[in-house]
Design a binder for this molecule. Structure first.
Ligand code: EPU
Length: 348
């Protein structure tokens, strides 16, 4: 294993910038270092936490086990079926740089997912998505390390059971696999995806001649306008998922609130996705501060570290928002950010 450090402050390793400590900390730059780190944790019965960019976690307390910083790097290319190119990227590759790499090679599809913070390895975990695209649309397979057996396995797209901000890695296989690399099936010169209204609007002056680079530039511009840069203002992107309501619940809510925006949901007939940001804003939370944590002024779905927030500040603000949206709209918000330890686990 590479160097094992003790009592490390994780502030620089989580995009919220919360100051919590790890009992043990190591960086895995090779598969062997990763395997040795996993063996150390297992031999000492330590809980393990794998961090990539740390951009989708809420570290609620000091971590009593081993934090492994995923630092596997490398990108390879192979010919895929039907003229596609299979691009494999190691889990520790920074996501946005990977998107830029593909664009520079003329490989299209991921440009809608530009500027998402974090690493490639986290992308399948939560099935990252933005501006009309979910990463599952381009994932061919995922190579994982099974923590229990030490085996290296390849999981197909179907085996990953992708859903909206969801995968088998967050469900049935939670805590059992480490993503080593992801293989994407990309095409040269594919037609751009302009299904997201605000993106199509931003590119309307280009007519039919919209390139992948145009989409990339427009997505970057929209994100810079709406979302805070975690390097400047700590945050973990959308804090909650957009709730998906059944036809009945949606009809009830829409009747009470005719201005309620909604989007088609891919699930059962009549299901609608409603923007959590709208519910939170209508409940009066936009811009409100609680301790050092606040609801971002330009996007109510984002909680920011405004002023030396503690984990407790973020947690109590999030809980207050959930209670208020439940009381006002009868809708239960579900966190999108992974809470460590989990929301249900009381802190001792
Ligand atoms: N809205 C408000 N108030 C706000 C912001 C938005 O009422 O402060 C309403 C508006 O009606 C707007 C709608 O919410 O039309 C949707 O807003 P936006 O386009 O900003 O997207 P979102 O639904 O809030 C989702 C993703 C983002 C992704 C964008 C763009 C989730 C949990 N979040 O946000 O993903 O970038 O769509 O596709 O699905 C992330 O996961 O970290 C993330 C940033």
């Amino acid at each position: 294993m590479s160097m094992l450090a003790e009592h490390i402050d994780l502030q620089a390793y989580n995009s919220f910038g919360l100051a919590v400590n790890a009992r043990y900390f190591t960086r895995a730059q090779t598969l062997q270092e990763l395997q040795e780190a996993v063996a150390f944790a297992r031999a000492n019965s330590l809980p393990m936490l794998l961090l990539g960019g740390g951009s989708n976690v809420l570290l609620r307390a000091d971590f009593p086990g081993l934090v492994i910083l995923m630092a596997l790097r490398g990108i390879t290319e192979a010919q895929g079926p039907a003229g596609t190119v299979l691009v494999s990227a190691a889990g520790g590759e920074p996501w946005h740089e990977f998107v830029q790499h593909c664009l520079a090679r003329g490989l299209c599809g991921l440009e809608n997912l530009a500027l998402i913070p974090g690493c490639v390895g986290a992308a399948p975990m939560q099935n990252i998505g933005a501006y009309g695209v979910e990463v599952k649309d381009f994932i061919s397979d995922v190579k994982v390390l099974d923590i229990g057996s030490g085996a290296i396995e390849t999981m197909s797209n179907a085996q990953c059971a992708f859903g909206y901000r969801d995968s088998v890695f967050k469900g049935a296989l939670r805590g059992q696999k480490i993503v080593l690399s992801v293989t994407f099936a990309l095409a040269r010169g594919a037609a751009p995806n302009l299904s997201y209204g605000a993106l199509a609007d931003a590119l309307s002056d280009k007519g039919a001649a919209v390139s992948a680079q145009d989409v990339f530039d427009a997505v970057c511009a929209i994100r810079r306008e709406k979302l805070p840069d975690p390097k400047v203002l700590g945050n973990a992107g959308s804090f909650f998922k957009n709730p998906v309501l059944c036809a009945q619940d949606f009809a009830r809510l829409q009747q009470a609130h005719p201005a309620l925006p909604s989007f088609a949901a891919p699930g059962a007939a009549g299901e609608r996705k409603v923007p959590a940001a709208w519910l939170i804003e209508q409940a009066g939370w936009k811009g409100r501060q609680h301790g050092g944590a606040a609801v971002y002024e330009k996007q109510a779905l984002v909680i920011v570290n405004r002023d030396h927030a503690t984990a407790e500040d973020v947690v109590s603000l999030a809980m207050a928002i959930m209670a208020s949206v439940q009381a006002r709209f009868g809708v239960r918000l579900e966190p999108e950010v992974q809470w460590i330890p989990a929301l249900e686990t009381p802190l001792v």
